[in-house]
Ligand binder design. Structure first.
Ligand code: ZN
Length: 480
């Protein structure tokens, strides 16, 4: 039996969330999106039919959970455009600046329909049984209005009390992020509103008293590093997920088709939990959670992590995601999907919006470098690298990071002056051919007495060459 599968999704959700620089506004938006797209919430609204569009509409339980995506299933004859418009207006009623798209297709399963959705799948259908609709926020009618202090993106039209700051002028979207999402108006409590973050706290058996209130607090969580002012922004997503869904369709296994999308989102959530536990296990267990999830959607993940806990988080996340996906892949004799990540280290005052953009670029680099075949990580250390990836920087695969973990730990423990000297010798400045750099290191390293850790030749062999050594020296700045 066929149904019309309709996905209504927030566009560029990461960029949208990072419109506001402060963590509360960001959390408020995450919470609304998570709440508005929560299955139980959706079911309740459909049952009550309070929106008046529910006839013939049900929640699509075959879809995985994804913040910012409303997955619906319509009986034939029920008009997808009208339902999409109703969902658009409901979401925009809370967050006026959202950009959204809807896509639908008719099929006997969600995996089959998703491939045929225009603008979504890799085999879009034409004709009456599929379509899409875009929805942009209302244009600003008063271009002369002063812009909102929180986001600088829209004109200020109202004001709210934020902590001790009274009557802060802001746009309607920023105000929406604070309204009703916290127990008291004016953000008097530090409680985290309903969102992926609260689910994570529950799973860790912690409470909202265990969360930080600002990015500054997150950076200051005590850990092995003495520099307590840096954060890592981690952006991860699944490799070759399209191929997985194609393979599942080809098996003709109806039961698997119905649950594969959910399995993927459960792998993401399970891996997030495992990775957060790993981040908390570094050194002494911190009182407050060193990880803030911003978006957990399908196979996508965007989080902020205290810098000196980021590598255990990333390594565990990629390992755990792969293990969880391996189970389902092996069961159906399919190729095993994995995930890759982009990581950006920066001072906590560096704009979150820019961190997100750079992490996305790093993620793309990791995926392209290994054609999405192997779990891999590309990173940028804004203090050292600036906002451009250094030309020699490789995207390291998860096996490379794991196999070299002990060696990287030794390198991290070398004296700072020795590491700085090595970096100068291995770097490509001046005459930078590989042979020259190898010779330079071999000749001078012993003279510089590099903490007697290894001979220069061993260091080069263990790292895989001068470029890899430079990478390793960057990587160990936050290595744990
Ligand atoms: Zn604003």
């Amino acid at each position: 039996m066929t149904s019309v599968y309709l996905d209504v999704a927030v566009e560029s959700i990461q960029a949208y969330l990072s419109r506001t620089t402060d963590l509360k506004g960001r959390r408020g938006a995450s919470a609304w999106l998570s709440d508005l797209t929560d299955r139980d919430e959706l079911r309740r609204r459909l049952q009550e039919n309070s929106d008046g569009w529910a006839a013939g509409v049900s929640v699509n339980d075959e879809a995985g959970e994804a913040d910012g995506v409303v997955p619906l299933k319509l009986t034939p004859g029920c008009p997808p455009q009208a339902v999409a418009e109703a969902v658009f207006s409901e979401l925009r009623g809370k967050l006026p600046a959202l950009r959204m798209t809807a896509a639908w297709a008719t099929a006997d399963s969600y995996v089959a329909a998703h491939r045929r959705m225009p603008d979504r799948g890799d085999d879009p259908a034409a004709g009456d049984d599929a379509g899409h609709l875009d929805s942009l926020p209302a244009p600003g009618d008063f271009p002369l209005l002063v812009s909102c202090e929180q986001c600088r993106a829209d004109p200020r039209v109202t004001h709210r009390d934020l902590h001790e700051r009274k009557q802060v002028p802001m746009c309607a979207d920023c105000a929406g992020r604070y309204d009703d999402r916290y127990r008291k108006p004016g953000l008097l409590t530090g409680a985290v509103p309903v969102s992926a973050e609260l689910r994570l706290l529950d799973a860790l058996e912690l409470t909202p008293t265990n969360v930080v209130e600002t990015f500054t607090d997150l950076a200051e969580i005590p850990g092995p590093s003495r520099k307590r002012n840096h954060l890592a922004t981690v952006f991860a997503d699944g490799n070759a997920m399209g191929a997985l869904f194609r393979d599942v369709l080809a098996t003709g296994d109806d039961e698997l088709k119905r649950r594969v999308s959910r399995e993927v989102s459960q792998a993401t959530r399970g891996a997030l939990l495992a990775a957060t536990r790993a981040a908390m296990a570094v050194g002494q267990r911190p009182q407050r959670v060193p990880v803030i999830p911003h978006v957990v959607g399908g196979d996508d993940l965007l989080v902020s992590v205290t810098a000196d806990r980021a590598w255990p988080f990333v390594r565990t996340y990629l390992t755990a995601f792969g293990e969880r996906m391996r189970r389902i892949a092996d069961e159906a004799e399919l190729r095993r999907p994995s995930a890759s990540a982009g990581v950006v280290f920066a001072h906590h005052t560096f704009p979150f919006r820019r961190c997100v953009e750079l992490a996305e670029q790093a993620l793309r680099h990791a995926k392209q470098a290994h054609h999405g075949q192997t779990p891999a990580v590309s990173w940028l250390d804004v203090n050292r690298d600036g906002e451009q990836r250094p030309p020699g920087r490789a995207a390291w695969t998860l096996p490379e990071l794991t196999d070299r973990a002990d060696w990287l730990t030794e390198l991290a423990e070398m004296e700072q002056s020795a590491k700085a000297a090595l970096e100068r010798l291995a770097g490509s400045g001046g005459d930078g051919s590989e042979q020259v750099r190898r010779a330079r290191i071999a000749n001078q390293a012993s003279r510089l007495q590099l903490a007697g850790l290894r001979s220069a030749g061993d260091l080069l062999d263990a790292s895989g060459g001068p470029d890899r050594l430079v990478d390793a020296l960057s990587l160990v700045r936050w290595w744990q």
